[in-house]
Ligand binder design. Structure first.
Ligand SMILES: NC(=O)c1ccc[n+]([C@@H]2O[C@H](COP(=O)([O-])OP(=O)(O)OC[C@H]3O[C@@H](n4cnc5c(N)ncnc54)[C@H](O)[C@@H]3O)[C@@H](O)[C@H]2O)c1
Length: 252
């Protein structure tokens, strides 16, 4: 049990990578606060964790807002007495298209969910982690932030911002014993895939992207979950400000 008696707060855990992280962490003894704005997905994940013998609560909250984080933190304190691990995983993208046709509304939403959420996350969780002697924060960013593909310009920029913001947080929060690390997945088998591809998810279309990934497959939720597990565990106690590319060699 690599996360025995820990509590993790995981945003966007109603599907995809967040769901994978929630279920993997639960198997390692971690109690989970499942967050999402999609109640159907979030409730399903929390119920499946409980049915498998784990402990989880679901909270519908928009993590791009201060109020969303306040209710999330309150839920963790009320249900489990606090938390040790925060996974900033929820994300939003525009569909793959010319940077000139993305609406201002989509641009603002991308930055609210992918970047401003870190501001509200930090202001709400850092004081609590500090009071309990430290903790772990993990940002699920993307290889998009270091090796951008065309058609995703505004999303790519938001992920680059999430990466450098998280690395800066790592340095600033180290004296408080709060480690901050980043996971950069390659294109993955989740609900966001078709938006990134900009075309329907057919075997022929997937081939076009697989050719750019040396190990020859897309990321799966368990790939990201296993990296998050290492970073959240005490095995990584000297690791902070690091980016782990879960990308099959895409960024080499
Ligand atoms: N799928 C990929 O190809 C890929 C690649 C690299 C990085 N990522 C990143 O991985 C993370 C997880 O995405 P995924 O691929 O699992 O997609 P997903 O759509 O399966 O999961 C994202 C979840 O975030 C939730 N969410 C969105 N906005 C929210 C908000 N404001 N508050 C709370 N929840 C919110 C959604 O409802 C959804 O359940 C994202 O940050 C994404 O940018 C995805």
């Amino acid at each position: 049990m690599r996360l025995k008696s820990k509590v993790a707060l995981i945003t966007g855990a109603g599907s995809g990578f967040g769901e994978g992280i929630a279920k993997r962490f639960s198997k390692e003894g971690c109690k989970i606060v499942v967050n999402d704005i999609n109640s159907e997905g979030g409730e399903r994940v929390a119920e499946e964790i409980k049915a498998a013998g784990g402990q989880a609560v679901f909270l519908n909250a928009d993590i791009s807002t201060n109020q969303g984080w306040k209710t999330l933190v309150e839920a963790a304190v009320e249900s489990f007495g606090g938390f040790n691990v925060v996974i900033n995983n929820a994300g939003f993208t525009h569909k793959n298209q010319s940077m000139l046709t993305v609406s201002e509304e989509d641009f603002d939403r991308i930055y609210a969910v992918n970047v401003k959420s870190l501001f509200w996350s930090a202001s709400n969780v850092v004081p609590i982690l500090e009071r309990s002697g430290g903790g772990v924060m993990i940002t699920v960013a993307s290889v998009a932030g270091i090796r951008p593909r065309p058609g995703l310009t505004w999303y790519n920029g938001s992920k680059a911002s999430a990466i450098i913001t998280s690395r800066s947080m790592a340095v600033e929060l180290a004296p408080k014993k709060i480690r901050v690390n980043i996971i950069n997945p390659v294109m993955g088998e989740t609900a966001m895939l078709e938006d990134f591809m900009g075309m329907s998810d057919t075997p022929a279309n997937r081939e076009k992207f697989l050719g750019t990934i040396p190990l020859g497959r897309l990321a799966r939720p368990d790939d990201v979950a296993n990296a998050a597990l290492y970073l959240a565990s005490d095995e990584a106690e000297l690791i902070t400000g690091a980016c782990i590319e879960v990308d099959g060699g895409r960024t080499v």
